[in-house]
Design a protein around this ligand. Structure first.
Ligand code: PHE
Length: 325
């Protein structure tokens, strides 16, 4: 049959393919056998000139061989390294590719900075809960049901009558119930109010509550501690003013403004703990006195970093967050 040893040819090609270790070598083999001038291509061309009685068998054998070689080539190709790697030289002296490393969120950073200042003044950091009862968010804080000042702390309620705390002041009575005076605590955390979201409002934001109670802590102590706090945070030349205000849970109450450019900006609410709050916590108001304060974390972070839109803190764009690494 036209003098071709198909079995031997198949063994020869397959051995060559088996021995190849790169894509380029396989391509060489393909050209040698299946290219325009390849051996197998040559046999395909011969089919027409083979004697009539042998042509069908010859044709079948050539085509079979061609299919076998193609399949084998494809199979091997998937196992060898791509030819581009052949030109790849590893240079260990080149600088590496630095992985993206995350960092603390600017709000977390601000909470830690503020907490550190108070820890330095002998305060202890405690945790509160975000889902609260009306008792700790309002009643214990001298804001009875139907009291108009509840509107100031507009609140999300759950179907079962619990609520998302609208202020960190909830920790005041919770902590006083747990321990005896003297106490100096701060409690950072999230609070929630159903406000429409805009550049300065969010339905969720952070506050840090502070509470200092013992037998003799006065309004002067309140002023002294908050002076130290704000000057540590904003520099020793900071101007501040204490403005009379009303909170149901402190008496007297103040709002504290800092001088910012040519404006006064409110940064803190504070006051001497109202005796009725001590009573709710089981303390005898005749024996204890002290002060409480609440500071908005986003407001502080925005002032310190020159950020003009509170939404930036919660959208989590990497380009924004990267600036606080
Ligand atoms: N809870 C008050 C608020 O959210 C702030 C405050 C805390 C005021 C403690 C006085 C004492 O506005």
């Amino acid at each position: 049959m036209a003098n071709v040893n198909f079995d031997q040819l198949e063994r020869e090609v397959c051995a060559a393919i088996q021995g190849a270790s790169t894509e380029a070598e396989l391509e060489e083999i393909r050209v040698r056998y299946l290219g325009k001038k390849g051996n197998i291509t040559g046999l395909l061309k011969q089919i027409g000139s083979v004697a009539l009685d042998e042509r069908r068998v010859f044709g079948e054998k050539v085509n079979q061989l061609k299919n076998t070689v193609e399949t084998f080539l494809a199979e091997k190709k998937s196992q060898v390294s791509p030819s581009t790697l052949k030109d790849f030289h590893f240079d260990p002296t080149l600088p590496g590719i630095a992985p993206n490393v995350g960092s603390l969120h600017p709000i977390t950073q601000t909470i830690r900075e503020i907490s550190n200042i108070f820890v330095g003044l002998g305060f202890e950091v405690v945790d509160g809960r975000e889902i609260e009862t009306e008792f700790y968010n309002f009643t214990a804080l001298n804001i009875p049901k139907e009291h108009p000042s509840r509107d100031a702390f507009d609140t999300f309620y759950t179907a079962k009558g619990a609520l998302l705390r609208s202020q960190t002041s909830t920790v005041q009575v919770r902590e006083m119930e747990k321990r005896k005076p003297p106490l100096r605590i701060i409690a950072p955390g999230r609070v929630y109010r159903p406000d429409a979201v805009d550049a300065s409002h969010s339905f969720m934001f952070h506050q840090i509550e502070g509470l200092m109670v013992d037998g003799h802590t006065t309004f002067s102590d309140l002023k002294g501690v908050l002076h130290i706090f704000l000057r540590k945070l904003f520099g020793k030349d900071l101007q501040m003013r204490f403005r009379p205000h009303f909170f149901p849970f402190t008496e007297p109450s103040v709002e504290i403004d800092i001088r910012w450019g040519n404006r006064w900006l409110e940064v803190l609410g504070a006051g001497q703990v109202n005796p009725s709050v001590f009573k709710q916590a089981g303390y005898n108001p005749k024996n204890v006195q002290g002060f409480a304060f609440g500071v908005g974390v986003e407001r502080i972070a925005m002032l310190r970093h020159g950020i003009n839109d509170i939404r930036l803190f919660f959208e989590n764009h990497v380009k924004f967050l990267e600036q606080f690494q």
